[in-house]
Write a protein that binds this ligand. Structure first.
Ligand SMILES: Cc1cc2nc3c(=O)[nH]c(=O)nc-3n(C[C@H](O)[C@H](O)[C@H](O)COP(=O)(O)OP(=O)(O)OC[C@H]3O[C@@H](n4cnc5c(N)ncnc54)[C@H](O)[C@@H]3O)c2cc1C
Length: 332
């Protein structure tokens, strides 16, 4: 039986009565960026939702609406980076105020040599689930995703751990130019990597590299606050000890909660006493022989996250019990 190939053709995208060509094999985002339309974007993989736009005439292809809330799907919102048009489309670019609200930076301080703790406060409560991520946006539209590290009960604030990436534009801006008192635009929360207060006797395996600790810290706080009774194992890894953080705080939590176990892991050559030597995924897998009935949270480096998803599944974790956020770097 022969394979059926969908032949893509050129379609017209209309914004404010101006027509733009969307070439075959181009996404709506590719076409609009080529036409120098000012549309924010970050991951280009359908994860961050920062390129969401709306069709005002036709129903977008289902693949371009995957992961959106039903309320948005019904209004024909879609992700421009995931949309290969199947017909001409009239498009409305979102108003920033539709999905963003302004917050004020109340803390910006170092957590380790290359990571800052950024706390943003809001006038009203910010509804989110601990571990979800938001998009932060600069006034020129540059947008990046960052995971929340606190729980909603902790006043009207969001806490972030932000690592300076060598050559990275947004992280350098947050490290060097954003000060306490500055305003910043914050999107609504996204993502499914969060704790649900059910099956409290279940084992929880939390594995993260670098600032992957941010969502895991939120998830951990939430699980402990909800009286999770099953064992909770956190493995936090980096190459060098200077790139880990919150080490003492995690040890203290482990002393206070007998069901919480913390293993800081170092993959570099210098491993001081009290740290496990090796890659965080290998150490986590060797530490827990069978993951049947465990809930697993994986956050941080995309390679680690993707590899671990397969490995924990092979060790018995059900797909529905594996939650992951790969910190994808935007492609330029
Ligand atoms: C769901 C999610 C959650 C995240 N959570 C966090 C978090 O909690 N904390 C955190 O620190 N990060 C997080 N990230 C990553 C974050 O969104 C940013 O990608 C990161 O901060 C880097 O952004 P940047 O603008 O500094 O780097 P960019 O400017 O985007 O640069 C990224 C890299 O690409 C290189 N580069 C630059 N220009 C080019 C080019 N033209 N061609 C090729 N390479 C180039 C740079 O040298 C750099 O190494 C998350 C990402 C996702 C998707």
């Amino acid at each position: 039986m022969g394979l059926a190939y969908k032949v893509r053709t050129m379609y017209t995208l209309t914004i404010d009565q101006i027509n733009y060509a969307c070439q075959p094999e181009e996404t709506v985002l590719d076409a609009l960026l080529r036409e120098n339309i000012n549309l924010s974007f970050a991951c280009k993989k359908g994860t961050c939702h920062s390129c969401m736009v709306r069709s005002t005439d036709v129903t977008p292809p289902p693949a371009a609406q995957s992961g959106l809330k039903n309320t948005l799907i019904k209004q024909n919102y879609f992700l421009a980076c995931q949309c290969y048009p199947e017909q001409d489309m009239q498009i409305r670019l979102p108003d920033q105020s539709e999905f963003y609200r302004m917050g004020t930076v109340v803390v910006n301080k170092m957590l380790n040599r290359n990571t800052i703790l950024l706390i943003i406060a809001f006038e009203d409560a910010f509804e989110f689930n601990a571990g979800q991520f938001v998009n932060l946006q600069r006034s020129d539209g540059l947008t990046r995703s960052y995971s929340t590290a606190n729980i909603p009960e902790q006043s009207n604030t969001l806490e972030f751990h932000i690592r300076r990436l060598p050559g990275g534009i947004f992280s350098a801006w947050l490290h060097d130019e954003i000060n306490v008192g500055d305003s910043i635009a914050v999107s609504e929360p996204h993502g499914h990597c969060f704790y649900l207060p059910e099956r409290r006797e279940q084992g929880l395996l939390l594995v993260g590299t670098g600032t992957g600790l941010a969502p895991l810290a939120g998830i951990l706080t939430d699980a402990l606050a909800n009286g999770h009774t099953g064992p909770i194992h956190l493995f936090h890894g980096s190459r060098e000890v200077e790139d880990l953080y919150r080490i003492d705080e995690m040890h203290q939590l482990a002393e206070q909660h007998p069901n919480f176990h913390y293993t800081p892991c170092l993959s570099g050559s210098h491993v001081p006493k009290g740290f496990a030597a090796g890659r965080v995924n290998e150490l986590a897998l060797s530490g827990i022989p069978d993951l049947k009935n465990w809930r697993v949270f994986l956050c941080g480096h995309p390679e680690m996250v993707n590899q671990m998803k397969k490995q924990v599944f092979l060790k018995g974790a059900a797909i529905a019990d594996i939650y992951a956020d790969a910190f994808l770097i935007s492609t330029h």
